[in-house]
Design a protein around this ligand. Structure first.
Ligand code: ZN
Ligand code: ZN
Length: 218
């Protein structure tokens, strides 16, 4: 077991628990791995090519990550962006960062969503949703600056799209905020991963997302 009392589905012991439950590949679904991060299809992908980059150790967010881990994160992200599954589409990078157990996110182990989005999904649509739901103000940042800001122990939503890189500090994130946001901008009526991963439609997205051209293990 890890040092955390409760089960974590991204820590060593629980890592592929839900994949097994759904009859989906576990370790074989990894499309990138080094000593700091690994990447795999989201267990309940909104679209084909919806991946997660996950920290190897239990961090609450990538805002807490050191430069070495962030470097691995960037390597994994580039690998996904350059993959055959994603290459012709616009890519959204999205993270809901937590700062402590139970500060709103449903899985408080650092993970970033990377997925292709259609042209209708603009920076302003994402901003509108976040501001409307949280009243937070946008801060233009790079990954390294999130690390600085997290010293104040604020959970946040961070995203990159169309060359924009920004975060919203948010004191209390509602559960599955990121999935709510993705469902809203992608026009999906479903958002809860605990329901979606059982459905064949999303399982097919998962399997097709595994067909990335080159697996990268470094
Ligand atoms: Zn964990
Ligand atoms: Zn998430």
């Amino acid at each position: 077991m890890n040092q955390y009392e409760n089960f974590c589905c991204f820590c060593e012991d629980g890592r592929f628990h839900f994949n097994m439950k759904a009859g989906l590949p576990g370790y074989e679904s990894l499309v990138f791995r080094d000593e700091n991060v690994f990447a795999m299809p989201d267990i309940a992908p909104f679209v084909e090519g919806h991946y997660l980059i996950v920290s190897e150790v239990h961090l609450f967010s990538f805002g807490e990550a050191n430069a070495i881990i962030l470097n691995s994160h960037e390597k994994a992200r580039k690998h996904l962006v350059n993959s055959n599954v994603l290459d012709t589409k616009r890519i959204l990078t999205l993270e809901h960062g937590s700062t402590s157990k139970g500060s709103g996110v449903c899985i408080d182990h650092a993970h970033t969503h990377v997925l292709p989005v259609p042209n209708e999904v603009s920076v302003s649509i994402i901003d509108e949703f976040i501001v409307h739901r949280t009243g937070s103000k946008k801060v233009r940042v790079s990954r390294e600056c999130i690390y600085n800001d997290i010293e104040e122990k604020k959970p946040y939503v961070y995203y990159e799209l169309d060359g924009e890189s920004c975060m919203y500090p948010i004191y209390a994130l509602t559960s599955q905020f990121t999935r709510n946001l993705l469902a809203h901008v992608l026009g999906s009526t479903e958002y809860r991963w605990g329901e979606m991963y059982k459905h064949e439609k999303y399982q097919n997205y998962f399997r097709r997302s595994m067909s990335i051209e080159k697996l990268l293990f470094v």
